[in-house]
Design a protein around this ligand. Structure first.
Ligand code: DX5
Ligand code: ZN
Length: 232
């Protein structure tokens, strides 16, 4: 009965289409990590984003596996791990061990990206490929069918609190076109300089998941800020 299907499937479609918010731990207060994680647990955040930096791929060092493991013990949201390291394929088993839901590797750091993606998926994690601001969408043409998510950097990776690169909005729209043209359901995540204003434009361009570091954790009311981003 067509009427029945319409009635049943509409809320589901609407639910699936709602964008996700992933606060970035990098901007949290590390001295009070437990309170920060409890805040995330009690919020409308969908995922928690972890920025792992090696001081080689990016000019900064953040935190590593001991932090992911400790946070993972109390975190009630899926872990979205963004590796800003050279040779990310070496760390697939360690990331999987932390219980991560999704592992993102940089296109620029992956000589054998296809193999790396397959190895990530073999562990049961979702596989994401990340593009630096200068890396064109067209380079995904022959690999996009294999990834669960594309993470677009809207700042140069390495630091939180940087200014949003405007070109990222148009780039998001072009990625959305590629995904639609191929008939795929690949998620689009955007990371860097997300605030209420940039978020609105990124969502209109086709973003599915927004990472927000400073905008959430430096906000006077992080719970409300997450809610506001979620309700856009
Ligand atoms: C930058 C990181 C981002 C960062 C975002 O290298 O990948 O995830 O934490 O921080 P904001 O939202 O403050 O730009
Ligand atoms: Zn990140």
């Amino acid at each position: 009965m067509p009427g029945f299907f319409f009635f049943v499937s509409l809320p589901k479609i609407a639910m699936n289409m709602k964008h996700k918010i992933a606060p970035s731990l990098l901007a949290a207060d590390f001295l009070h990590l437990q309170q920060e994680i409890e805040l995330v647990n009690n919020s409308e955040a969908d995922w928690l984003h972890f920025d792992v930096m090696d001081g080689v791929f990016v000019p900064n060092i953040s935190f590593g596996f001991p932090i992911l493991e400790a946070v993972g013990r109390i975190l009630k949201k899926p872990m979205d791990v963004h590796l800003m390291v050279v040779e990310p394929q070496k760390f697939i088993p360690q990331v999987a061990e932390t219980g991560a839901y999704l592992m993102n590797v940089h296109y620029e750091a992956s000589t054998h990206l296809h193999r790396t993606i397959a190895a990530i998926k073999e562990t049961g994690m979702k596989a994401g490929v990340t593009l630096n601001p200068h890396t064109p969408i067209c380079l995904l043409e022959d690999v996009i069918q294999d990834v669960d998510m594309v993470l677009l950097m809207s700042v140069n990776p390495g630091f939180g609190g940087q200014r949003f690169i405007e070109h990222s909005v148009e780039k998001t729209a072009r990625l959305k076109d590629l995904i639609t043209r191929k008939g795929l359901n690949t998620w689009i995540e955007v990371d860097g300089g997300v605030n209420m204003e940039t978020a609105k434009r990124l969502l209109a361009a086709g973003a599915d998941i927004l990472v927000a570091g400073n905008f959430v954790f430096q906000s006077p009311a992080p719970l409300q800020t997450i809610k506001d981003l979620k309700n856009l």
